[in-house]
Design a protein. Structure first.
Length: 263
């Protein structure tokens, strides 16, 4: 095995040992559409995730979209299949293409490039209420293309809130995940039902307290909570009672030093 290929595989094995693979797979399964990495293998998208980015491309690929790699930027490796034409054993006059192995290709993160904005970066996020709290938590907030699986997410490993919508409730939901992470020290992997219920109730409350109008989201929020309560085999009412103290802690963290309006 080539040294660089072995290094890539060793890095993945280390991530398995550290327990970060489940979250990584969840994100990697739904890449930003219409970019080169959307057609990569899951393994390569995992490597991209562990390198701290949602978009990575080769040097010339960045040039094609009028972006340029910053001086001194370091690349990371992905695995590239190597195919060869060989003579078909059954038909001597016919060639077939077979996989002979893998080599490594160098790609650079979008964070290590400058130039023209990409299509998915044109989403303008509003100045959300409480966005200063994200900065206090050292969590960055940035737009993303999103897809059929999500309108936003909070990545506790990279401390990033990525939003594919300007809706404040989506921001509040992800911000509450970040606060939950801060208060507990860690979050459970994946879409944990109780964590999702906590974030949704907290977000709905914030929409009504400091937001514009949370009522337009109430039906969706109830169905969201109901679906996760069903996974726990309890009613939405029981689920809310089970997490209300944690919701209270999140709201106090965000609002204790802030004047709020009546609900």
């Amino acid at each position: 095995m080539l040294v660089r290929v072995k290094e890539v595989m060793d890095a993945l094995i280390q991530e398995f040992k550290s327990g970060t693979i489940p979250d990584a797979v969840a994100y990697a399964m739904f890449p930003i559409p219409n970019i080169p990495s959307a057609s990569w293998s899951l393994l390569n998208r995992l490597m991209m995730f562990f390198s701290g980015t949602e978009d990575a491309r080769g040097y010339k690929q960045w040039q094609k979209v009028n972006r340029y790699v910053k001086k001194g930027a370091k690349s990371f490796d992905i695995l590239v299949p190597v195919f060869r034409k060989v003579i078909n054993d059954d038909k001597v006059d016919e060639e077939v293409i077979v996989l002979k192995g893998f080599c490594c290709g160098c790609v650079f993160r979008i964070e290590d490039t400058d130039g023209e904005p990409l299509d998915y970066q044109t989403l303008q996020l509003p100045q959300f209420p409480l966005i200063d709290k994200a900065a206090t938590l050292r969590v960055s907030v940035h737009p993303t293309a999103g897809n059929i699986a999500y309108n936003g997410y909070y990545d506790p490993t990279r401390k990033v809130i990525a939003l594919a919508t300007p809706e404040e409730k989506t921001f509040f939901h992800e911000l509450c995940h970040a606060v939950d992470h801060k208060l507990k020290g860690e979050l459970k992997r994946g879409q944990d039902p109780l964590q999702e219920i906590i974030a949704e109730i907290s977000a709905q409350a914030l929409c009504r307290i400091v937001g514009k109008d949370g009522r337009k989201h109430f039906g969706n929020s109830y169905r969201y909570i109901e679906s996760y309560a069903k996974e726990l085999s309890i009613s939405p009412y029981s689920a809310i009672l089970q997490v209300i103290s944690q919701v209270d802690a999140i709201l106090k963290y965000l609002l204790l030093d802030r004047q709020v309006k009546n609900i």
